[in-house]
Design a protein around this ligand. Structure first.
Ligand code: PLP
Length: 599
């Protein structure tokens, strides 16, 4: 059985049973049944299935990992965690997360004013809020207001100017002062694709000299007791644990030094994010065990505290990818297979055909298991020659069409005849035999990290999993852009099934899309966010909650500041009434395709 690497990335949250991809939870529903359920309610196009129980599971895992380590090393500090809002701010994801996190005291991290407003509104009083990123005085004022609301909030400064603004707001208002954290600019940076957030030349944090200046500023203004946290973040999705250990040592010593200088209320080290998610379906990329990660944090900080004679710090983490990635699955209907039009029924051979076409026809008829590979290569050479002959004007359009159909039929027949060993080899070497699958989605909108940084996501059909996938696949999205393609990669080959979409439906799922993709996505070609739904369980029974349909075309146009009244007025005035009624209906639908019954 071809398992699409589910053992590597699936974490037992998804299973394959009877040819179907299923959720390994409660009644173990097949993903395709959930998809059909939604589509029957007339929500078509791509779908984002969100599974809040998986977010809850990840929160539980995170707390368990650290509390295990704390117990093992008899650590005196407490573990705290916040969810970085930038990783996923959408309400369908976030509101269930906050509910699940309540019993753990799980908080939120905000990196902008808009995110801070979300945190101030929805974070449970008592659960921590941290603020990172660059701030202006208004943002700092907001933090003071959050404190007045009763929030346990820490403003982590990225530079001395931010500290000066805190001092100003403290003087100018009668609001209570929030806790202050210092992001330290570490010498050691992380590894992995997102390592630029740390290191001596990183965009963020205070140098040692600036840390000392910050200390002096706080002290001379009698505000040193507000300094509670040291923060660093050396990069998202760390594949290797070594850089973390180095960063822990460096920040641990900074913490201890400041404490020994007199920062008595300094009680916490915030280690940022970094816990990796396995995105590969070919081989494991994460080189550490999650428990090892937590153990290293506790062990290293314990040793430094002992060495420097200070109390063991509380620990904060801001891992968001780990919490959110697996909660969301993108399901895209396959609209078309490139070779679908190359059917035998479309072949129109003439009484007399060019010799190479006659030969192609012979190859097609005579091919058997032994000759398949050879005939397929011959057919490709013949096709190439025939296309040249067309360019030179020696064969006509009908001949060219016959040549293309025969070449595709030969490929299909060869694949069905070849021994598996030959076929695997063949798929690897021969780009020409790829099938192109047209998917009803936009890569720019739904997989921006693939578009921007070539990030892999596990891809798997949600049906047909008991059948051998016979086609090496390239995936096309429906944007008018050649970047909207996931090309076949011989080193990481994706094999899919040869399906007849006239007779059967075929959906591809992209897993681990719950982190960053939702709001990083772009509306290229004005394709908006897919329809999304929360899949929840009550007494083992599946419920579809909060279906949010993909945006209507008219709303997308309004979002980019068109006067939609004017658009309607112009269209209405140039059409008769009944045609305009149809147009109005289309304007109120989303822009994904509806060209076939399986759209
Ligand atoms: N905290 C900060 C300051 C970050 O910059 C980031 C992401 O880059 C995170 C937390 C989230 O980290 P991760 O994506 O590893 O969960």
């Amino acid at each position: 059985m071809h398992t699409y690497g589910i053992d590597i990335w699936g974490e037992d949250n998804f299973i394959i049973e009877n040819g179907l991809a299923k959720l390994n939870y409660a009644s173990k529903p097949a993903l395709v049944d959930i998809v059909r359920d939604i589509r029957e309610q007339d929500f078509k196009g791509p779908l984002l299935l969100r599974f809040p129980h998986l977010t809850r599971l990840q929160i539980e895992k995170l707390y368990t990992l650290y509390n295990n380590a704390i117990n093992e090393y008899d650590y005196k500090g407490k573990f705290n965690a916040v969810f970085p809002l930038k990783v996923n701010q959408l309400p369908n994801f976030l509101l269930p997360l906050i509910k699940s996190g309540e019993e753990f005291g799980y908080g939120l991290e905000a990196g902008s004013k808009a995110e801070l407003f979300l945190a101030m509104t929805y974070n449970k009083i008592g659960a921590p809020i941290t603020i990172n990123g660059f701030k202006d005085k208004e943002m700092i004022h907001l933090a003071f207001i959050a404190k007045k609301m009763g929030h346990n909030i820490t403003v982590i400064i990225e530079g001395l100017n931010e500290l000066k603004m805190i001092l100003e707001v403290e003087k100018e208002t009668s609001l209570p002062t929030p806790n202050v954290g210092i992001r330290v600019r570490l010498f050691n940076s992380g590894g992995g694709a997102w390592a630029k957030s740390g290191g001596i030349d990183s965009k963020f944090g205070l140098s040692s000299t600036e840390i000392l200046e910050a200390y002096e500023l706080l002290k001379s203004n009698n505000l040193l007791h507000y300094l509670t946290m040291i923060h660093f973040h050396i990069g998202s999705a760390m594949t290797n644990i070594k850089p973390l250990k180095k960063a822990l040592k460096e920040s641990g010593h900074i913490y201890a030094e400041l404490k020994n200088m007199g920062a008595t209320n300094l009680k916490a080290i915030n280690i940022g994010g970094g816990l990796a998610v396995e995105y590969s379906q070919y081989h494991r990329t994460t080189q550490y065990h999650l428990q090892e990660f937590a153990n290293d944090v506790i062990f290293t900080l314990k040793n430094i505290a002992k060495q420097k004679g200070v109390e063991e710090p509380n620990i904060f983490t801001e891992s968001g990818r780990f919490i959110s990635a697996n909660s969301t699955v993108l399901v895209t209907p396959v609209l078309e297979l490139f070779s679908a039009e190359y059917e035998l029924s479309n072949l129109r051979l003439k009484e007399e055909n060019p010799p190479l076409i006659e030969e192609l026809n012979e190859l097609y008829k005579d091919m058997n298991g032994k000759t398949a590979l050879e005939y397929m290569h011959d057919s490709m050479d013949h096709l190439e020659s025939l296309l040249k002959l067309f360019d030179l004007g020696y064969i006509d359009l009908q001949d060219r069409s016959n040549a293309e159909i025969l070449a595709q039929l030969i490929i299909k027949k060869a694949i069905s005849l070849l021994e598996i060993a030959d076929y695997e080899e063949l798929k690897r070497i021969d780009n020409k035999i790829q099938e192109k699958y047209l998917l009803n989605f936009s890569i720019f909108q739904s997989l921006p990290d693939f578009w921007g940084i070539n990030q892999e996501f596990p891809i798997m059909p949600i049906t047909h999993l008991d059948k051998k996938p016979t086609r090496s696949a390239s995936l096309w999205d429906i944007t008018c852009d050649s970047d909207g393609e996931i090309e076949f990669n011989a080193k990481k080959p994706l094999y899919l099934h040869d399906v007849n979409l006239e007779k059967e439906e075929y959906y591809l799922a992209f897993f681990n899309v719950g982190a960053y993709q939702d709001t990083l996505g772009m509306r290229h070609n004005l394709f908006s966010h897919p329809t999304e739904v929360n899949v929840v369980f009550e007494n083992n029974e599946l419920k579809l909650e909060k279906i949010i349909e993909s945006q209507k075309i008219i709303d997308i146009l309004e979002d980019i500041d068109y006067d939609t009244k004017e658009i309607k007025k112009i269209l209405k005035s140039s059409l008769d009434k009944s045609t305009y009624v149809i147009l109005k209906k289309y304007l109120n639908e989303n822009s994904y395709l509806k060209t076939s019954w399986s759209h």
